[in-house]
Write a protein of this length. Structure first.
Length: 167
Protein backbone atom coordinates (compact mmCIF):
# COMPACT_ATOMS: atom_id res chain seq x y z
CA UNK A 1 0.00 0.00 0.00
CA UNK A 2 1.65 3.27 -1.05
CA UNK A 3 2.00 6.02 1.53
CA UNK A 4 0.23 9.26 0.81
CA UNK A 5 1.21 12.64 2.14
CA UNK A 6 -1.27 14.22 4.53
CA UNK A 7 -2.73 17.50 3.32
CA UNK A 8 -3.63 20.07 5.95
CA UNK A 9 -5.02 23.44 4.83
CA UNK A 10 -3.40 23.13 1.47
CA UNK A 11 0.04 22.15 2.82
CA UNK A 12 1.54 18.72 2.42
CA UNK A 13 2.77 17.30 5.71
CA UNK A 14 4.87 14.27 6.32
CA UNK A 15 3.05 10.97 6.69
CA UNK A 16 3.32 8.31 9.39
CA UNK A 17 6.81 7.33 8.26
CA UNK A 18 8.29 10.49 9.77
CA UNK A 19 6.42 10.30 13.09
CA UNK A 20 8.91 7.99 14.84
CA UNK A 21 11.72 10.40 13.90
CA UNK A 22 9.83 13.31 15.46
CA UNK A 23 9.14 11.29 18.61
CA UNK A 24 12.81 10.26 18.88
CA UNK A 25 13.93 13.88 18.57
CA UNK A 26 11.45 14.98 21.24
CA UNK A 27 12.52 12.15 23.55
CA UNK A 28 16.20 12.97 23.08
CA UNK A 29 15.58 16.65 23.80
CA UNK A 30 13.67 15.93 27.05
CA UNK A 31 15.88 13.08 28.36
CA UNK A 32 18.72 13.97 30.71
CA UNK A 33 21.07 11.31 32.01
CA UNK A 34 21.54 11.65 35.78
CA UNK A 35 24.89 11.40 37.49
CA UNK A 36 25.35 8.95 40.36
CA UNK A 37 24.98 11.78 42.89
CA UNK A 38 21.83 13.16 41.23
CA UNK A 39 20.25 9.69 41.15
CA UNK A 40 21.07 9.14 44.83
CA UNK A 41 19.60 12.55 45.72
CA UNK A 42 16.43 11.75 43.74
CA UNK A 43 16.06 8.37 45.51
CA UNK A 44 16.54 10.07 48.88
CA UNK A 45 14.00 12.79 48.06
CA UNK A 46 11.36 10.34 46.79
CA UNK A 47 11.96 6.90 48.34
CA UNK A 48 9.83 3.99 47.10
CA UNK A 49 7.24 2.46 49.41
CA UNK A 50 8.40 -0.92 50.70
CA UNK A 51 6.17 -3.78 49.56
CA UNK A 52 6.61 -5.29 53.02
CA UNK A 53 5.11 -2.19 54.60
CA UNK A 54 2.04 -2.57 52.37
CA UNK A 55 1.76 -6.29 53.24
CA UNK A 56 2.04 -5.48 56.95
CA UNK A 57 -0.67 -2.82 56.64
CA UNK A 58 -2.94 -5.29 54.83
CA UNK A 59 -2.40 -7.95 57.49
CA UNK A 60 -3.04 -5.48 60.32
CA UNK A 61 -6.19 -4.20 58.65
CA UNK A 62 -7.38 -7.78 58.15
CA UNK A 63 -6.93 -8.46 61.85
CA UNK A 64 -8.79 -5.28 62.80
CA UNK A 65 -11.62 -6.16 60.39
CA UNK A 66 -11.94 -9.67 61.85
CA UNK A 67 -12.06 -8.28 65.38
CA UNK A 68 -14.61 -5.63 64.40
CA UNK A 69 -16.73 -8.22 62.58
CA UNK A 70 -16.71 -10.49 65.60
CA UNK A 71 -17.55 -7.63 67.99
CA UNK A 72 -20.38 -6.31 65.79
CA UNK A 73 -22.02 -9.64 64.94
CA UNK A 74 -20.89 -11.92 67.75
CA UNK A 75 -20.46 -14.68 65.16
CA UNK A 76 -17.16 -16.53 64.81
CA UNK A 77 -17.80 -17.45 61.17
CA UNK A 78 -17.93 -13.76 60.21
CA UNK A 79 -14.59 -13.10 61.90
CA UNK A 80 -12.92 -16.14 60.30
CA UNK A 81 -14.37 -15.27 56.89
CA UNK A 82 -13.10 -11.69 57.15
CA UNK A 83 -9.69 -12.97 58.21
CA UNK A 84 -9.56 -15.48 55.37
CA UNK A 85 -10.58 -12.76 52.88
CA UNK A 86 -7.65 -10.68 54.10
CA UNK A 87 -5.36 -13.72 53.82
CA UNK A 88 -6.36 -14.12 50.16
CA UNK A 89 -4.73 -10.74 49.60
CA UNK A 90 -1.85 -10.92 52.09
CA UNK A 91 -0.42 -14.39 51.36
CA UNK A 92 -0.10 -13.97 47.56
CA UNK A 93 1.11 -10.39 48.04
CA UNK A 94 3.84 -11.59 50.41
CA UNK A 95 4.80 -14.29 47.92
CA UNK A 96 5.16 -11.71 45.15
CA UNK A 97 7.02 -9.26 47.39
CA UNK A 98 9.48 -12.00 48.34
CA UNK A 99 10.04 -12.91 44.72
CA UNK A 100 10.40 -9.33 43.52
CA UNK A 101 12.83 -8.30 46.25
CA UNK A 102 15.17 -11.24 45.64
CA UNK A 103 18.60 -10.67 44.11
CA UNK A 104 17.72 -12.65 41.00
CA UNK A 105 14.93 -10.26 40.01
CA UNK A 106 17.31 -7.29 39.88
CA UNK A 107 20.10 -8.86 37.79
CA UNK A 108 19.12 -7.25 34.49
CA UNK A 109 16.11 -5.38 33.10
CA UNK A 110 15.00 -8.38 31.02
CA UNK A 111 15.29 -10.75 33.96
CA UNK A 112 13.41 -8.27 36.12
CA UNK A 113 10.53 -8.07 33.62
CA UNK A 114 10.26 -11.86 33.33
CA UNK A 115 10.51 -12.18 37.12
CA UNK A 116 7.68 -9.67 37.56
CA UNK A 117 5.45 -11.57 35.13
CA UNK A 118 6.23 -14.90 36.79
CA UNK A 119 5.53 -13.65 40.31
CA UNK A 120 2.37 -11.83 39.21
CA UNK A 121 1.12 -15.08 37.63
CA UNK A 122 2.01 -16.95 40.84
CA UNK A 123 0.16 -14.32 42.89
CA UNK A 124 -2.98 -14.66 40.76
CA UNK A 125 -2.79 -18.46 40.85
CA UNK A 126 -2.45 -18.60 44.63
CA UNK A 127 -5.32 -16.12 45.04
CA UNK A 128 -7.61 -18.17 42.80
CA UNK A 129 -6.63 -21.40 44.58
CA UNK A 130 -7.31 -19.85 47.99
CA UNK A 131 -10.71 -18.61 46.79
CA UNK A 132 -11.55 -22.05 45.42
CA UNK A 133 -10.63 -23.72 48.73
CA UNK A 134 -12.37 -21.15 50.94
CA UNK A 135 -15.49 -23.23 51.51
CA UNK A 136 -13.41 -26.21 52.64
CA UNK A 137 -11.07 -24.26 54.93
CA UNK A 138 -13.51 -21.92 56.69
CA UNK A 139 -16.50 -23.84 58.06
CA UNK A 140 -19.14 -22.32 57.98
CA UNK A 141 -18.15 -19.64 55.47
CA UNK A 142 -19.77 -16.23 55.14
CA UNK A 143 -19.11 -15.20 51.52
CA UNK A 144 -20.14 -11.54 52.06
CA UNK A 145 -17.70 -11.22 54.96
CA UNK A 146 -14.93 -12.92 52.96
CA UNK A 147 -15.45 -10.55 50.04
CA UNK A 148 -15.51 -7.51 52.34
CA UNK A 149 -12.18 -8.57 53.87
CA UNK A 150 -10.70 -9.19 50.43
CA UNK A 151 -11.84 -5.90 48.89
CA UNK A 152 -10.89 -3.74 51.88
CA UNK A 153 -7.39 -5.25 52.03
CA UNK A 154 -6.91 -4.76 48.27
CA UNK A 155 -7.69 -1.06 48.75
CA UNK A 156 -4.59 -0.71 50.93
CA UNK A 157 -2.62 -0.40 47.66
CA UNK A 158 -4.33 2.96 47.11
CA UNK A 159 -3.40 4.06 50.61
CA UNK A 160 0.20 3.11 49.82
CA UNK A 161 0.13 5.51 46.87
CA UNK A 162 -1.00 8.25 49.25
CA UNK A 163 1.86 7.38 51.64
CA UNK A 164 4.27 7.90 48.77
CA UNK A 165 2.78 11.28 47.77
CA UNK A 166 2.91 12.71 51.31
CA UNK A 167 6.69 12.34 51.49
Amino acid sequence: MPQRANVTRGRATAGPASWPEQEDEAADASFKRLSREEAAALREKDPPVSPWRVIAAQAALGGVLALAGWLLTGRNEVAWSLLYGAAIVVVPGALMARGMTSRLSSVAPGVSAVSFMFWELAKIGVSVAMLAMANRIVQPLSWPALLVGLVVCIKVYWVALLWQRKK
